[in-house]
Design a protein around this ligand. Structure first.
Ligand code: G3H
Ligand code: 13P
Ligand code: ZN
Ligand code: NA
Length: 310
C-alpha cells in the first residue's frame, strides 16, 4: 500500500542517507522511476505538483501510482508538492495522498505558521504527514517568480518556533538551491550553505529536513539536448557531491524534477533526430523511459544512498 514518509525519514536520518522525491506527470515517468527503485530496493516518494494534477488529473495519477505499488511491491509515499492552500492540501488528503506540502514560505512567518497548522490538524486526523517550508528558494525559471535578490536563506533562529507552533513533520529549507535547470550563473562556483543546515539540525535534533531544487542538471543531458536541436545554454545544477553531503546530514528528502525532464527530453530528441521516419510514440517514449530509469538508478545509489533500504 501507499505509506507515509514517517518511517522512511526516521531510518534515513539514522542511516545518513536521503529518500528521493521524484515529480511525476505521466505513465512513462512513473514507470521509469519505480522500475529503478524496484531493481535497487529503494524506498520512494512520488510527488505531484498542482501543475501535474492539472495536466494528468488526480485520478489518473493516483491509479498509476497504485499500479506502481502493485507492480513493484515497494513502500511508496504519494506526496503533494508545493500545495499553496488548505483547500488543495485537503483535496489531496481526501483523494488518498499520504503526504502533503503546504508551501506558505512567501508569507510572513505568523501566516505561514497559521496555515501550516491548519493543514497539519486536518492531515494528522487522516493519517497524513505534512511538509512545510521556511525561507525562499532562488529561481530564475519562468513560473517560479522569485528572483535571486528576493530569495532569502532560511533563518535558523526561526526554525524551533516554526516547527513547534505549526506541528509539521518535515521542513524544507533554503540553503542556496533553486528550482529549474538554471540554478547558478555560468562561471560562478555553486556552493550550498552547509553552515545553515548544520545550525538548523543543531536546533532541531532528529528532525527531517527537505531539499527542494536539488537537480544536478547533468551536463551530458544538456549537451545532448543542444546537439539534437535544443537550446539550453548555461543550464547548471547542484553538484552531486554537495547533494551527497546533504544526504549524509539531516536532509532526509531530496526533490528531483528537472533531471527527469532533461533525461527524457535528451533521449527523445536524440531518438527522433536519428530516426526521422518514426512516428509511433512508443518508439521514442520507450528510450525516454529507459533514460529516466538509468538516471534515477544513479541518483539512488551514488547521490541519495537509499538503495537496498526498502
Ligand atoms: O517545484 C516545482 C516542480 O518542479 C514542479 O513543477 O509545477 O511545473 O509541475 P511544475
Ligand atoms: P528541481 O527543479 O531542481 O528538479 O527541483 C524540483 C523540486 O524542488 C520540486 O519541488
Ligand atoms: Zn520544490
Ligand atoms: Na540524511
Amino acid at each position: 500500500p501507499l505509506v507515509t514518509s514517517k518511517e522512511m525519514f526516521r531510518k534515513a536520518y539514522e542511516g545518513g542517507y536521503a529518500i528521493g522525491a521524484f515529480n511525476v506527470n505521466n505513465m512513462e515517468i512513473i514507470q521509469g522511476i519505480t522500475e529503478a527503485a524496484k531493481d535497487l530496493s529503494a524506498p520512494l516518494i512520488l510527488q505531484v505538483s498542482a501543475g501535474a494534477r492539472k495536466y494528468a488529473n488526480h485520478t489518473y495519477l493516483m491509479k498509476l501510482v497504485e499500479a506502481a505499488v502493485i507492480e513493484t511491491g515497494l513502500p511508496i509515499c504519494l506526496h503533494l508538492d508545493h500545495g499553496d492552500s488548505f483547500e488543495l492540501c485537503k483535496s489531496c488528503i481526501d483523494g488518498g495522498f499520504t503526504s502533503v506540502m503546504i508551501d506558505a514560505s512567501s508569507k510572513p512567518m505568523a501566516e505561514n505558521i497559521a496555515v501550516t497548522k491548519q493543514v497539519v490538524e486536518y492531515a494528522h486526523d487522516h493519517g497524513v504527514v505534512v511538509e512545510a517550508e521556511l525561507g525562499t528558494l532562488a529561481g530564475i525559471e519562468d513560473d517560479v517568480k522569485v528572483s535571486a535578490e528576493d530569495s532569502s536563506y532560511t533563518r535558523p533562529e526561526e526554525v524551533e518556533e516554526f516547527v513547534t507552533k505549526s506541528g509539521c513533520d518535515s521542513l524544507a529549507i533554503a540553503i542556496g538551491t533553486s528550482h529549474g535547470a538554471y540554478k547558478f550563473k555560468p562561471g560562478t562556483k555553486p556552493q550550498l550553505r552547509f553552515d545553515i543546515l548544520e545550525e538548523v539540525s543543531r536546533r532541531l535534533p532528529g528532525f527531517p529536513i527537505v531539499l527542494h531544487g536539488a537537480s544536478s542538471v547533468p551536463q551530458e543531458f544538456v549537451a545532448k539536448i543542444n546537439q539534437f536541436g535544443g537550446n539550453m545554454p548555461g543550464a547548471i545544477g547542484v553538484p552531486e557531491d554537495q547533494l551527497r553531503q546533504a544526504a549524509r546530514m539531516a536532509v532526509c528528502k531530496i526533490n528531483i524534477d528537472s533531471d527527469l525532464r532533461l533525461a527524457m527530453t535528451a533521449s527523445i530528441r536524440e531518438h527522433l533526430a536519428e530516426h526521422p521516419d518514426h512516428f509511433d510514440p512508443r518508439q521514442y517514449l520507450k528510450p525516454g523511459r529507459e533514460a529516466i530509469k538509468a538516471m534515477v538508478a544513479h541518483k539512488l545509489v551514488d547521490v541519495l544512498g537509499c538503495d537496498h533500504k526498502a
